[in-house]
Structures are given as structure tokens and as C-alpha cells.
Design a protein around this ligand. Structure first.
Ligand code: ADP
Ligand code: GN1
Ligand code: MG
Length: 366
């Protein structure tokens, strides 16, 4: 690992002397490092270096092609709108031979971004306004990419939010039960099975042409947005690995799943977990404003469903990973994925109780 990291550090176009390197962030997928360089005349310069998770993103070259194309497109739009392209989108630092990624001697893929300074990624909502700002930013992100030629994007993870397919994978994992864990989580398994309709609803609407495919982010967690420390605005949408054609309601829903929860994704005390309707309302308002009229009536109607489906799907993915031996999401303790799945199912139950209110809140902003 260290060898690959050092090789990578030596192979990007960095200036100055390396004075600090440390693991960074709390993402579940890639290995992220913060590097700091002393650069003459410039002072301390930070960069982000990431080892891409090759077993999840099996086509890293295509993935980087997506990122280069999307970020250069956003750069142009941001400049046209009078924004600051160095802070409002990711900027890839090339390797010494001009490529957007480096392959180390063990075949691992690395990429590097300019560090966005003066901004913070939050793992939980500290100030409600941050959540509203993240909604504006994710809605706006979708709007900025509305005219992006979607057909040129590679599908970086096949069927990423194909909840029906995820349901089949889940059933398969229960049947195989490779770790012998299924018997001890029957309650959670039953929860998934009894909600099969939730797995089907959005895919069915999309198949009938009632929900349009758009260029979406697909991983709209609060910690995938940088909030400007001074202005409090959602300055930059990051973690672009899963930008692909998808459903707007899923982008909305994934943000609710993570940010409107009253507890952390891996909270063990389930009595602390619920869907905070005032945070939900802030996000509804911000997302609808950010999308600026681009959502159809059906999409607006299905926003609460997006929240429920994304929460159910994520819980099912955590449970699948637990059953399969924790090979997908990084875990930091025994049973971590099981804890995560339980919070998601608790949230789904809570949303079901609050369903009418969730729908009313959307109507208020339409
Ligand atoms: P993962 O896919 O593992 O979630 P991310 O791309 O989201 O990886 O990066 C992990 C964390 O690293 C982010 O939550 C954020 O804190 C930080 N980060 C990533 N890119 C940048 C950047 N360009 N500037 C500043 N911080 C960043
Ligand atoms: C992963 O990469 P990160 O930590 O932002 C996952 C999301 C899940 C999320 C759950 C590529 O997101 O789909 O919703 O964990 N990303 C991928 O926290 O699978
Ligand atoms: Mg992330």
C-alpha cells in the first residue's frame, strides 16, 4: 500500500516539497489521502490523492474519462455564469506524462484533485442551513448538466440504482449464505422481502416512460458536497464517480436518507434514528429551487418515494454486504454493515409513518 502511495506521489505533477500525508475523509469506497506541499512563493499547497477502488469501479479508465468530460463541461458552464471554476468543480491534476490517472506497479489506479480550500464536507447536519444549501447545490448540479450528452457517459457501475436487480442480488446472497450469517438476521431479511414493492416502483415508472432519465450524481450524501466556510453556500459537488444517467428522485432521496436522519448512518441505538421532517422540508425546498422548474409533475410527486426507495435500497445493500462477508463497503468494526442496514430500515419504517406529511410538504413547494 505504502509503496503504491509513494509511487503515486512521485508520478503526479506536484510542485514543492511534501511535508505531510494522511488518510482523509470518511468515504466508504475509495482510499483518500490529503497531501501537503511547501511550494516556494505559494506557501502550503494541499492536494487530494485517491486510490480508486478497482474491485468496485472495474473500468477506471472509462471512469476517469467521465470525470474529465463532466468536469471540463462544468468548468465552461461555471465560467459562463461568472463563477470560480477552481472552487466550484473538481480539478484533476495530471500525471507527469499528462494522464488523468496513474497505475502503480501493483496495477492500482490513482487520481489526484486540487484541494478545495476554505470549504468543509460535513458527515452530519450541524446547521440546518447547510442542508438547505446542499439541496440547492445538488439540484443546481443536475440543472447544469441538463444538456450534457448523456449517451457519451460510461455506466461506471452497472445497474447502480436498479433496485429490482439489487433485490435479486440480495435474495441470491441470502440463498448462498456464504458466511453462515443469514439465520441471525432473519428479522432484517424479512423486512427486505416484505417490501419488495418498494424495490419495483421506480423502475416500473421509468420503464413506462413516466420518469425521465437525466444526468444525475447518484451518490448525493451530505459529505459529497463542500460548503464554503465563509459564505455557507454549497460551493462544489464532489465524488463524481457515479455521475451517470439516472433518476432525479433518487438524487433527492439519497440526500434525505443520509442528511435528514436524526442519527449517524451506523448508529447502534435505533431509538435515536428517525426522519427529521423539518430537515426534510428544507431539502425539498432547496432541491426544487435548485432544479429550477426542470422537474416534471410526476417527479415532484415521487420525491418522497425517492427517499424511501434510496433508504430501502441502501439498507438492502448493507445487508447484502454483511451476508457476503463485507467485501464492498469499508467496515471499521464487526457487524458494521449490519448496524448500517438497521438504521436504514428504521428510517424506512419512520418514513412510512410520516408518509402523508412527506407528501404534503412536497405539495407546499410545487
Ligand atoms: P469516497 O468515494 O470514498 O466517498 P470522496 O471522493 O467523496 O471519496 O472523497 C472523500 C472525502 O475527501 C470527501 O468527503 C472530502 O472530505 C474529501 N475530498 C475529496 N475531494 C476533495 C477536494 N477536491 N477538496 C477537498 N476535499 C476533498
Ligand atoms: C458509498 O463513496 P461514498 O462513501 O460517498 C456508496 C453509496 C452509498 C454510500 C452509503 C460507489 O458512498 O452508493 O449510498 O456509500 N458509493 C458507491 O453511505 O457504492
Ligand atoms: Mg464520498
Amino acid at each position: 500500500m505504502k509503496k503504491g502511495l509513494n509511487e503515486a506521489i512521485g508520478n503526479f505533477q506536484y510542485k514543492g516539497i511534501l511535508v505531510n500525508e494522511q488518510p482523509y475523509g470518511s468515504g466508504h469506497i475509495n482510499d483518500t489521502y490529503l497531501l501537503e506541499f511547501d511550494v516556494p512563493e505559494e506557501g502550503r499547497v494541499k492536494v487530494i490523492l485517491q486510490k480508486m477502488n478497482k474491485s468496485i469501479f472495474t473500468k477506471p479508465v472509462e471512469l476517469m474519462e467521465n470525470i474529465m468530460n463532466v468536469t471540463s463541461y462544468l468548468r465552461k458552464v461555471i465560467i459562463k455564469n461568472g463563477g470560480d471554476p477552481d472552487r466550484e468543480t473538481l480539478n484533476v491534476i495530471p500525471t507527469v506524462d499528462g494522464k488523468p490517472y496513474f497505475v502503480d506497479s501493483e496495477g492500482e489506479y490513482w487520481r489526484s484533485y486540487k484541494f478545495i480550500t476554505g470549504a468543509t464536507c460535513y458527515d452530519a447536519v450541524e446547521k440546518p442551513d447547510d442542508f438547505y444549501q446542499s439541496a440547492l447545490a445538488f439540484g443546481n448540479f443536475q440543472r447544469l448538466l441538463a444538456d450534457y450528452p448523456a449517451e457519451t457517459l460510461h455506466e461506471t457501475i452497472e445497474g447502480f440504482h436498479d433496485t429490482k436487480a439489487r433485490f435479486r442480488t440480495f435474495k441470491n446472497a441470502v440463498e448462498k449464505d456464504v458466511c453462515g450469517r443469514a439465520a441471525s438476521v432473519q428479522k432484517e431479511i424479512d423486512f427486505v422481502l416484505s417490501h419488495e414493492d418498494v424495490a419495483n416502483v421506480l423502475g416500473d415508472l421509468q420503464a413506462k416512460g413516466e420518469l425521465p432519465l437525466r444526468v444525475t450524481h447518484n451518490d448525493t450524501k451530505l459529505n459529497n458536497i463542500m460548503i464554503d466556510d465563509e459564505t455557507g453556500k454549497g460551493i462544489c459537488v464532489i465524488d463524481l464517480d457515479t455521475v451517470m444517467p439516472g433518476l432525479a428522485v433518487n438524487d433527492f432521496g439519497d440526500s434525505i436518507r443520509f442528511g435528514a436522519s436524526t442519527a449517524a448512518e451506523d448508529e447502534q441505538d435505533l431509538s435515536k434514528v428517525s426522519c427529521d421532517l423539518s430537515l426534510y422540508e428544507l431539502y425539498v425546498k432547496g432541491f426544487i429551487e435548485g432544479c429550477a422548474g426542470s422537474l416534471t409533475a410526476k417527479e415532484l410527486e415521487m420525491l418522497p418515494m425517492g427517499a424511501k426507495v434510496m433508504t430501502y435500497e441502501c439498507g438492502m445493500r448493507f445487508l447484502t454486504d454483511y451476508l457476503e462477508g463485507d467485501h464492498y463497503f469499508k467496515i471499521h468494526r464487526e457487524g458494521h454493515n449490519l448496524d448500517r442496514c438497521r438504521t436504514q430500515f428504521k428510517l424506512v419504517e419512520d418514513m412510512e409513518k410520516k408518509w402523508d406529511e412527506m407528501a404534503e410538504i412536497v405539495k407546499k413547494y410545487c
